[in-house]
Structures are given as structure tokens and as C-alpha cells.
Design a protein. Structure first.
Length: 133
């Protein structure tokens, strides 16, 4: 399994990462700029949107068209969070995640289009009335 050695996936697989007071959760928050529980909610939203792959979480058994193991959705989302929160280039994100630079770029834009374009209406509400009064 080519993704089994990913330090990012190892971090989210640790049960201590789910504890908001643990060192692992603090490490997660520092690396990805949001609490682990928020990351879980984000992952739960992604497969329900038709613009995402809709594949099961940790889809290690699935393969792409070249019969390579599919990249887990969690790893792709972690990559997006590092680019957004850490200012990484796609090249740096590729080196840290093991995902190709072109796939980092493709998924980053797909993710942002869906989250910013479609899901924002569900979670971001405009102020009503005249704010200058």
C-alpha cells in the first residue's frame, strides 16, 4: 500500500488525534490550521457532493484508470489545507504528501470550487438589512 507510510495519514489514524487536549491534536491543528473535529466534518461533506469522487473514506482498495491505488480523500483534503493554511506551493505540497503536483493542483481547484462555490451558501449567511444604519 503506497499510502500506508504517509505521515499525514498516520497522524489522523492515531486515536489521540481525536482528543482536543492531546499533543497529537495540537500538532494536527498547527499543521493544518483547524481542529481535527472540523476536518472530520469537512471530510463528511466532501463525498456527499457530486463534484467530489464520492469514494469511501480511506479507499485503499480502489484503483485509478492506470490501476494505481487511488489517493485517499483525506490525504487530498489535508494537502489542500496545507496549501491554504501554510502557503505551500503545489510542488512543496506534492513533496510532502506524495501526490503528484498536477493532481495537487487539480484537486485544490476542484475542492475550492465546490467548498467556496456551492457549500458556502449552506454555511455562510449574508447580513440582512442596512449595516450602515
Amino acid at each position: 500500500d503506497i499510502w500506508a507510510n504517509s505521515p499525514w495519514l498516520h497522524l489522523i489514524c492515531k486515536s489521540a488525534t481525536r482528543d482536543p487536549l492531546s499533543r497529537e491534536e495540537k500538532k494536527f491543528r498547527r499543521k493544518f490550521r483547524l481542529p481535527y473535529k472540523t476536518f472530520e466534518k469537512l471530510i463528511d461533506l466532501c463525498p456527499n457532493d457530486p463534484n467530489f469522487e464520492g469514494e469511501p473514506l480511506f479507499s485503499y482498495g480502489h484503483h485509478d484508470v492506470c490501476q494505481n491505488q487511488a489517493i485517499p480523500l483525506e490525504l487530498k483534503v489535508l494537502m489542500v489545507l496545507r496549501v491554504l493554511g501554510g502557503g505551500l506551493s503545489f510542488l512543496d505540497a506534492s513533496e510532502l504528501s506524495g501526490i503528484s503536483e498536477s493532481e495537487c493542483r487539480r484537486f485544490f481547484h476542484q475542492f475550492n470550487e465546490v467548498v467556496c462555490g456551492q457549500l458556502k451558501d449552506r454555511y455562510i449567511k449574508a447580513l440582512e438589512g442596512n449595516i450602515h444604519e
